[in-house]
Design a protein around this ligand. Structure first.
Ligand code: FE2
Length: 285
């Protein structure tokens, strides 16, 4: 039987990224979604926007999604960053706290990107130490997201194996980004369905869906995880397979550039909700 993540009884578990142009419509119209997600670092100024977030947090559970912890950094986690995150977590009491299996920090330089890790024993130890330190400091479990990458390392273990090992060793959960799996599968030529099959429902805390772009560089097709468009039909198919394999998992529509009208985002959540309901019926049959 499906056990909901949410306190209220719900038939689907879908959410959207909270973006400024939608604040008013969300708080006035109270659409049928179950959670909102924000980038944690956007609130580290601890100004009035945190008050706004707390206010909307009374309507919807908030998920704090990070892009700056640099969990793969061999230099460890920056204590100032961790302290800001803890302060925000204490203020918001979020549904989830998540970040990526990537790095973005070296010395004093904070690179504005989620850079790829080699997937080997050495990097596994680094990220496990950093995830464990983060969870200890926050006093709660975090979710680790599989990234989209544009460079792979020789002799790596498969990414799913790396993610599974981090989850097993640190007891974190995984934020499975289905679009990232699809983008990587096209760029590196692997089977995305086989990737999904490696996971069990109990270690996946959340799912991301997003749009991406298709580029042609020197005659080679490269897909880039741009979060600026509708989810493509191949990713919806993969999502449907994920729901049928793992059951209903809270699913967020990410859209970070060229932000559309709220109705467009809600249209995507309705699609995800319909797939969840159909998957649940298949489970019950
Ligand atoms: Fe994502």
């Amino acid at each position: 039987m499906h056990t909901s993540t949410f306190k209220r009884p719900v038939t689907s578990e879908v959410g959207i990224g909270l973006r400024k142009p939608h604040y008013r419509a969300l708080s006035e119209n109270n659409p049928d979604i179950q959670f909102l997600e924000v980038h944690s670092e956007n609130y580290f100024g601890f100004g009035p926007e945190v008050d706004l977030l707390q206010a909307i947090g009374k309507q919807y559970p908030i998920s704090l999604h990070g892009v700056g912890l640099s969990l793969g950094s061999a230099e460890g986690i920056q204590s100032a960053h961790l302290e800001s995150l803890k302060r925000l977590v204490d203020l918001i009491n979020p549904l989830f706290v998540s970040d990526h299996a990537s790095w973005s920090l070296t010395g004093n330089a904070h690179l504005n990107d989620l850079l790829p890790l080699p997937y080997n024993e050495e990097s596994l130890k680094v990220i496990c130490d950093n995830v464990a330190q983060t969870q200890d400091f926050l006093g709660r479990q975090i979710l680790l997201e599989n990234p989209s990458t544009y460079m792979a390392f020789k002799d790596d273990m498969p990414e799913y194996e790396f993610m599974l090992q981090v989850a097993e060793k640190t007891k974190c959960k995984i934020l499975l980004d289905v679009n990232n799996i699809y983008v990587n599968s096209k760029n590196y030529n692997f089977d995305p369905y086989n990737y999904i099959k490696q996971f069990t429902a109990n270690i996946i805390g959340e799912i991301h869906l997003a749009g991406h772009s298709v580029n042609n560089i020197d005659g080679q097709e490269i897909r880039i995880d741009t979060h600026d468009n509708l989810v493509v039909s191949d990713v919806w198919d993969l999502y449907k397979f994920t729901m049928q394999t793992l059951g209903i998992i809270p699913t967020l529509i990410e859209w970070d550039q060229n932000i559309p009208e709220l109705e467009v985002l809600l249209g995507e959540t309705k699609k995800a909700a319909r797939i969840q309901t159909e998957s649940l019926q298949k489970y019950a049959a």
